[in-house]
Every structure is written in structure tokens, then in C-alpha cells.
Ligand binder design. Sequence first.
Ligand code: PMP
Length: 399
Amino acid sequence: ASIFAKVEMAPRDPILGLNEGFAADTRAEKVNLGVGVYYDDNGKIPLLAAVRQAEKARLEAAPARGYQPIEGPAAYNAAVQNLLFGAGHDLIAAGKVVTAEALGGTGALKIGADFLKQLNPDATVYISDPSWENHRALFQNAGFKVENYPYYDAATRGVDFAAMKASLLGLPAGAIVVLHACCHNPTGADLSESQWGDVVEACRERGLVPFLDIAYQGFADGIEPDAVAVRLFGNSGLQFFVSSSFSKSFSLYGERVGALSIITDGKDESARVLSQLKRVIRTNYSNPPIHGGAIVAAVLNSPELRKMWEDELAGMRDRIREMRSSLVDKLAAEGATQDFSFVTAQRGMFSYTGLTVAQVDALRDDYGIYAVSTGRICLAALNTRNIDYVAKAIAAVTR
Ligand code: PMP
């Protein structure tokens, strides 16, 4: 018998399944709002000019392709730290930040999870309800029990912060709490600065282990304001983990560029933590690939390219916001019976629209518009050519 005879078919990834359905749809006016990728107004994934320039320079320099350090190059890791905490932050100067390049935000979560499993194998991981669909499986595969904390409030289309805070204040010491630092995926509902302050204090009071996931820095209000949660934790004196990603902010999805940063209590601890983190990485994939990280480091460490990148990032952010307000206006103009103004208050790439499963099905069957069954849509998939059609369709199916 085959050694694979007992292997069962794994459940289909809900979003990839949606993409397959979209690809097979022959209707010309079809729109895919299910994706988690930024498209420009032409419906294309942009290749940023700053990235192109850095790539050109690298190609001309024709560097050799030796192995990288296990934790990635120092210039990249320093650039990550500066972006997260602000250049010259006390934590960095004191040697309290350990950073390792990782294979995207996902890879950062994974090496963080594997390291945490060694530290505290019996801890439970808490993720928001709902959360990015990979959080649960990723921490479960690392061997953890995963539970939810309350987050989204369908009635207000915002955060039920009272319930979230009460839940955090009831967690046992050592519990690992995964927090979306900005642009919550999938809901688009974020905490205010003062609510983040309360979360920091809840973590302190209960002795929790915060794991901040920041995959969209620069997509809500800007690079600095979007780091508010990271900065509050950074100034709190607490120890915590941060997974960060350049997939969206540099439009480098397939290059797999991210990082894990861990806050320790000092240089000596940092050296020990890094040594263990390197073992985790070494036994997974040995060391990170060169290209993506080299491009990001070249851009962030050159004042000219960095300025170019910040402008391009602002362009992406502004376009998403325009699509938000334009969708709200057009829905009203189409005579939508619901008030969709909450869409402009939600942040980042996504909105939880409140569309029901039946309404999502009707969008797909009647209009060739694909959304996630939870009602999540990607605002960055809207553009000046498809937004009228989408607004008309949403107004119709919600009437
Ligand atoms: N965390 C969250 C909240 C995300 O939305 C994503 C990407 N969709 C990731 C992590 C993973 O990012 P990457 O593609 O860089 O692995």
C-alpha cells in the first residue's frame, strides 16, 4: 500500500478557494474583493520606484551570493528597529531589542511561536475574535492551545473594548496575547491610543506576554502614527514580541521580507535570547534569502530612496482612503438602505461590511463580485473603474 494511503484531503484555504472561483469566472465585469493585496488604480500590484532603483543598483554591483548571517544582515535589522521604535530609541541604545530577519510577517510569527514554545510550553495563546485566519493554525502548529479574546462588535462595527479589556484582565500570568498593532485584519477596527494604554496596563497587571503583529505600518495614518501601539509598549518597560512585515508597505509580497523583534531586559539577556532564536532559525531554514531584505535595507538606509518610498506609501494609503469615502458616497447615491459611513472609520486594507453570507453569495452569483463569506472586503481592490459597479451591486443586495 502507498505510504500516503491514509492521508486525508486538508480543508481548502477559504481565500485561495475564492481566488480559484474568481479565475474561473468568465464575466468581463468581475471584481475580486477577497484578496489581501494592494492594487493600484489600474488593478495592478505596484512595483515601487524606490524598490526598482535599489534593485537596479544591486544588479549593477553584482554582489556574490554567500550565506547570510542566521539572523539576517545587521543593516536590515537596524532599519527594522528604527522603523518600529523610532531611530535612537532608548531600547535600541540599551541593546534591549533583538531583531532577526524573517520570511515575511508569517515567518516572524512562526519563529516567535517556536521560541515561545521552548520558553513556556504550557502557555495558552489568545487571539482576537476574529483574527487573521492564519494566527490560530500557526500557533496551534507550534504546539499551543489557542483561544479567543473578544474584539469585534458587529453592532457598532467597531471594537467592544470593554469586553476585550475585561477578558485580558482575567487571563492567567504568562498567557500570550496576539495583538494587531494597526489596521486590524479582517475587521479594519483599531484601538485608540488611550485604549492601547489600557492594554499595556492590563498586560503589566496580569503578567501577560504581548505579541504585537504589525503587517500594515503606514497604511492607516502614516509610518509614525501607525506605530503607536509598538511605541507605547516600547516605553512601558514591559517585555514583548513584535512581528513585522514589508509585504504590503513595500509591495514585496512574494519576496518574503519581515522580522521578529524581541524586547529583553538588557544586553546580556539579548545575547542569550538571540543565541536561542538563531537555533530556531537554523533548524528551520538556516538563514534568510538575500534579495528582499537587501532592497528594503537599501531603501530605508538611503535618505533619497527613503523619501521616495514614504511618498509612494502615502500614495497607497491615500488611494485606499479615497476608495473608502468614495464607496460610502456612491452607496448613498445608489439609494443603499443601510448607513455605510463606518467604512471610512475603519482602517487599513479591509472592511468588515456586515454583508451576510447570503448577500456575499448574491454579489458573486448575480454580479461576479467576490468577497470573503464573513463580509470582509479589500478596499485596495477597488478603483475608479470598478467602484460604481461595486457600489450599485452592494446597494442592490443589501436592499
Ligand atoms: N499578520 C497579519 C495580521 C496579516 O494580515 C498578514 C498578511 N496578510 C500577515 C501577518 C503575514 O504577512 P506576510 O505576508 O508578510 O507573511
